[in-house]
Design a protein around this ligand. Structure first.
Ligand code: NAD
Length: 385
């Protein structure tokens, strides 16, 4: 197979879908790998590292799309790039169909078979392909470092000849993958950490990291998929009441609460922001889906009249593109291995890469095939619009 990697085109995107490490593994397995010149540069991976493992350096995105049986991307193609897709290509990336369902329509119209790795089922055997977990790990870590710089305070307690400085108080909202990484990072830096989640199962994980857990009894908070369900308006109100005092007392809040396919829950309202001290910081990882704070402006860092800093920076993994690409590329490499193995075993598609075999991981991530959008929630989103 010829696998190609065009340069990412979305503004601010610095990750690359294949690293030299994973490109080399694919070459050793007998595949051809082509990479657009400079595609890895922003992630500290120059062309020479790819050439050294046997990858071909291609001069342009056109060449990547023209050569490829498989196109590997971090983000969905958009704009002029969409015109380069040729029928029969297999596209793999985080295509974000629930936030941008129109892309799926383009891919279906272009007769591209696509797999969106952000749809990966949360099952044990898919963990090594789970790009959402990988990227949440980076985001949780990066969010705490950003908060640490913005708050302009020490995180640990300092005992000096000039007296003692109290440790920073950090509150983490949402204790999923990003939240747990944020807790671990804030603890390593020496802060006093509290965390809140509606899923009772997260208590043990939070406490095992040395943070204290704030809980709110809510019926059936966790869905069968392991995610939190969307809360009703009165439940969200109860959450805000519970959080009012901890938010007021915090130096830093890192907000990570998400509900797949929905607007993020609003856990911090304007009154709560006003209650925070001058210089306190909210880093809102939920900014992309509306924000956990009512005052978050996606993509902006702003300071309120009361001096509270609200950081709505988007796409934090792109701020640490080297390790983020390393994790992402390993997920892609494992997914490709699984895909080739499953396809090879499937008699119906032995001579061809279609139809996609009956397999939970492949069916779960498949977005388009044979001119159709195969992911039902994306079809629903498009017909609702
Ligand atoms: P997520 O990104 O969807 O949400 C982040 C956190 O926000 C979750 O912990 C969620 O409970 C919390 N949240 C949502 N609404 C909230 C609200 N109103 N108030 C407070 N908190 C709220 O979640 P995630 O990080 O992707 O993880 C979801 C679950 O999936 C976790 O239990 C995680 O351990 C599990 N998981 C399993 C696998 C696997 O088995 N392959 C992989 C990754 C994650």
């Amino acid at each position: 197979m010829y696998l190609s990697v065009p340069k990412e085109t979305k503004s601010g995107e610095r990750r690359v879908a294949l690293t030299p490490e994973v490109a080399g593994q694919l070459v050793k397995k007998g595949h051809k790998v082509g990479i657009e010149t400079g595609a890895g540069l922003a992630a500290q991976m120059p062309d020479a590292l790819y050439s050294a493992v046997g990858a071909e350096i291609l001069p342009s995105a056109e060449a990547c799309y023209k050569q490829a049986d498989f196109v590997l991307k971090v983000r969905a193609p958009f704009g002029d790039e969409l015109r380069l897709l040729k029928p029969g290509t297999v596209l793999i990336g985080t295509l974000g169909p629930l936030s941008e369902p129109e892309v799926a329509q383009h891919l279906a119209d272009a007769k591209v078979t696509s797999f969106s790795l952000d749809l990966m089922p949360r099952i044990t055997r898919a963990q090594s392909m789970d790009v959402l977990s990988s990227m949440s790990t980076v985001s949780g870590y990066r969010a705490v470092l950003a908060a640490n710089l913005l708050v302009e305070r020490f995180f640990p307690m300092l005992m000096t000849a000039a007296g003692t400085i109290a440790p920073a108080k950090v509150l983490i909202l949402g204790a999923g993958v990003a939240g747990l990484q944020a807790i671990a990072t804030a603890k390593r830096l020496g802060a006093v950490v509290q965390a809140f989640d509606v899923r009772p199962a997260s208590r043990e994980q939070v406490e095992s990291l040395g943070a204290s857990f704030l809980s709110l009894p809510v019926d059936d908070a966790e869905t069968s998929g392991g995610y939190a369900r969307a809360m009703a308006a009165d439940e969200e109100q109860r959450e805000r009441e519970l959080l009012a005092e901890p938010v007021q007392k915090s130096d830093v809040v890192v907000a990570t609460a998400l509900v797949p396919g929905r607007r993020a829950p609003v856990l911090i309202d304007e009154t709560m922001v006003r209650s925070m001290h001058t210089g306190a910081v909210i880093v809102d990882l939920a900014a992309e889906t509306g924000g956990n704070c009512a005052l978050t402006e996606p993509g902006e860092i702003k300071v309120t009249d009361g001096g509270v800093i609200i950081d709505g920076t988007l796409n934090l993994p792109a701020k640490m593109p080297q390790p983020a690409s390393q994790l992402y590329a390993r997920n892609v490499g494992t997914f490709l291995g699984h895909l080739f193995e499953t396809w090879a075993k499937d008699a119906a598609s032995a001579n061809d890469l279609s139809p996609v075999p009956e397999d939970e991981i492949l069916q779960g991530t498949r977005l388009t095939e044979q001119g159709q959008i195969t992911h039902a929630p994306t079809r629903e989103k498009l017909s609702v619009k």
